[in-house]
Ligand binder design. Structure first.
Ligand code: FAQ
Length: 329
């Protein structure tokens, strides 16, 4: 059972792999064990392809939807420098989606189909972008801590087995490192500012803490895909390992700023060296990732409108030239 409620499906690996040629499968797994990269034209089990498409596609969607909560703060960012920095960050996130859609396309799913599945609500994207950014402080907490969480996951996975995804992640991580610095700087500014600014940033942290704990995915014992994805080195660390690493790296930094974390049970167990925390509400997580979070409808409506508005551009670009223009003599 999942957090006292319904569970995610169990992936039956024996059944999923029963149609694969055992020799090809063994060779493929040996290559992965040797740390070789798998490239698009190489043989791969159907499940590897399917899992990669699912994960990279969800990641790409998360980047374009992820641009929305912060994007709404560009016009209201305090001061010209912050406006420029936030605008560059949001552009980067959209660029990450481009890289990731291109990586997923190498596995055979057309980009148009991926976008269609996103706007029809068939594909998932990160839980965290379905929450509202009410204040400027929300935007800074996203830039710092959501980017921090994303880096923990993506830096590990950039050492994974699928070449095009790893190369996209290398580039993405380099840019995310700037976002993290920008976000940290903005949060430092607020938390060392006036009483009102400290209050704002604390309130934002309180709002984002549960979604952040959810961000790394369900606990390992409940995860559907971790077993096969770690075996095939697509995921280089598990959901729980990433959550622990995030807590290790960022809880001390949050406390250093004089901010509190809205979990009275959060502490590091010195014997196990693991963080203990109140289990976040996993039923809320399930609702949010399945379309029933505070902003899911709004986020998808924005993407849908963007698709409709851009249709004429795509049509114009794709239209075959009827009569070639004669170059001037
Ligand atoms: N949100 O079996 P697992 C960013 C779903 S990028 C929504 O553990 P898996 C940059 C999962 O899909 C953020 N759904 O799944 C930025 C599965 O459902 P399915 C995105 C989630 O794949 C910053 C089910 O639960 N990063 O933030 C989530 O082994 C600031 C069972 O879960 C990536 O996508 C979730 N958080 O592990 C942009 C990184 N967690 O498909 C703008 C790549 C789980 O069976 C501003 N992805 N689910 O229907 C991954 O590393 C993995 O896919 C995980 C999930 C770790 C997200």
């Amino acid at each position: 059972m999942y957090g006292g409620g319904n569970s995610f499906e169990h992936l039956d690996l024996d059944r999923s792999l029963e149609n694969e040629d055992p020799q090809l499968l063994a060779e493929f797994e040996a290559r992965i064990a040797r740390g070789e990269k798998i490239e698009p034209s190489d043989w791969m089990p159907a499940l590897y392809r399917k899992q990669l498409i699912r994960m990279i596609e969800q990641h790409a969607h998360s980047e374009i939807i992820g641009a929305l909560p912060e994007g709404t703060w560009i016009t209201r960012a305090p001061g010209f420098k912050r406006k420029m920095a936030l605008m560059a960050k949001v552009q980067d996130e959209v660029g990450h989606a481009q890289l990731l859609y291109a990586a997923a396309e190498t596995l055979g799913k057309p980009r148009e189909k991926m976008i269609e599945d996103l706007i029809n609500g068939k594909s998932k994207y990160s839980n965290i972008f379905n929450y509202p950014a009410y204040t400027w402080a929300d935007s800074t907490v996203i830039s710092w801590l959501v980017d921090a969480g994303a880096i923990v996951n993506q830096l590990a996975n950039s050492k994974g087995s699928y070449g095009p995804y790893c190369r996209a992640l290398d580039r993405i991580c380099a840019e995310e490192a700037f976002h993290l610095k920008y976000g940290h700087h903005s949060v430092i500014h607020l938390s060392t500012g006036s009483a009102k600014q400290r209050e704002m940033v604390q309130a934002a942290l309180n709002r984002w803490w549960t979604p952040l704990m959810h961000f790394f995915g369900p606990p390992d014992k409940m995860s559907t895909h971790t077993e096969i994805l770690t075996r095939w080195k697509v995921k280089m660390s598990t959901n729980d390992e990433n959550r622990q690493q995030f807590l290790d790296m960022y809880v001390p930094k949050i406390w250093d700023l004089g901010l509190t974390i809205p979990d009275p049970n959060l502490k590091k167990n010195e014997t196990t060296e693991k963080w203990e925390y109140t289990e976040p509400d996993w039923e809320e997580f399930k609702r949010v990732i399945n379309g029933d979070g505070p902003c899911n409808k709004e986020r998808l409506a924005v993407r849908r409108r963007a698709e409709e508005r851009g249709a004429w551009v795509r049509k114009a670009i794709m239209k075959p030239v009827e009569k070639p223009v004669t170059p001037l003599a």
